[in-house]
Design a protein around this ligand. Structure first.
Ligand SMILES: C[S@@+](CC[C@H](N)C(=O)[O-])C[C@H]1O[C@@H](n2cnc3c(N)ncnc32)[C@H](O)[C@@H]1O
Length: 225
């Protein structure tokens, strides 16, 4: 494995998914962020989670479900979903598309659903991505103020009350980060309900106190119910 690749096995030891990184050229999307590892293994655990007693089960089946990933970066999270049988569209800015497409091609042998890459800039037209997917995935997408309103617009445009939005991010205490996070939740809670995923429902190895996963659902209104 080259120094610029990251790999992630499934919980059952299968795989591994291998993604190339391009730290210099790809901006923040050129590398795998820790939140992506945590979210990918959470998907694996909750999609395959058959054994737990009913009360403790958090089941998010992915087989044949439509999944859209925002700010996908290297595509690792979307690739995990596709390896679990989902039909996935990974999206990001134009400059990350080559990396996304290369990583999809190199992991095609592990895909049991389907996966494609497309450009989607937050806040812009989403007609190409409708009808609303079953799941929207986001790893480490909450990090700069100017993106918050466009990002939440995209979530609104792409979701209905049945859509599960899985948002995983690393809490950061430096600079403007706490204010960006506070503002994100303030804006989000106008139209969405949030549920924090406790650590005991996450992957036992890929979890951390400062990496949070939220399951976000669109509030029901007269227009959506
Ligand atoms: C911190 S990186 C996270 C990448 C990947 N999800 C991960 O966790 O490894 C944030 C991602 O959001 C994308 N992004 C930032 N602003 C965006 C925008 N306005 N529209 C679409 N994607 C954007 C970046 O290109 C980058 O891939």
């Amino acid at each position: 494995m080259s120094a610029f690749e990251r790999e992630l096995r499934r919980r059952d030891g299968s795989g591994p998914l291998r993604v190339a990184q391009r730290a210099a050229a790809g901006g923040p999307g050129g590398v795998v962020w820790d939140a992506a590892l945590v979210l990918a293994r959470f998907l694996d655990k909750s999609a395959a989670h058959q054994q737990a007693p009913p009360g403790r089960r958090l089941r998010l089946p992915l087989r044949r479900r439509a999944v859209l990933e925002l700010g996908a970066g290297t595509g690792l999270v979307g690739l995990m979903a596709a390896s679990l049988g989902a039909n996935v569209t990974v999206t990001d800015l134009e400059e990350v598309q080559d990396l996304l497409k290369m990583n999809i091609e190199n992991n095609q042998h592990l895909v049991t659903g389907s996966i494609q890459a497309k450009v989607l800039k937050w806040g812009e037209e989403v007609t190409d991505f409708l009808p609303a997917p079953d799941y929207i995935l986001m790893a480490d997408c909450i990090y700069y103020e100017e993106s918050l309103e466009p990002l939440i617009k995209t979530l609104k445009d792409l979701s209905h009350p049945e859509t599960h939005i899985l948002c995983c991010y690393e809490e950061r205490t430096m600079g403007k980060n706490p204010e960006v996070e506070r503002r994100y939740f303030e804006l989000l809670q106008k139209d969405f309900e949030l549920e924090k995923v406790p650590l005991d429902k996450q992957d036992e190895e890929y979890q951390s106190e400062d990496i949070l996963i939220f399951i976000i659902r669109r509030k029901r209104t007269d227009a959506t119910s």
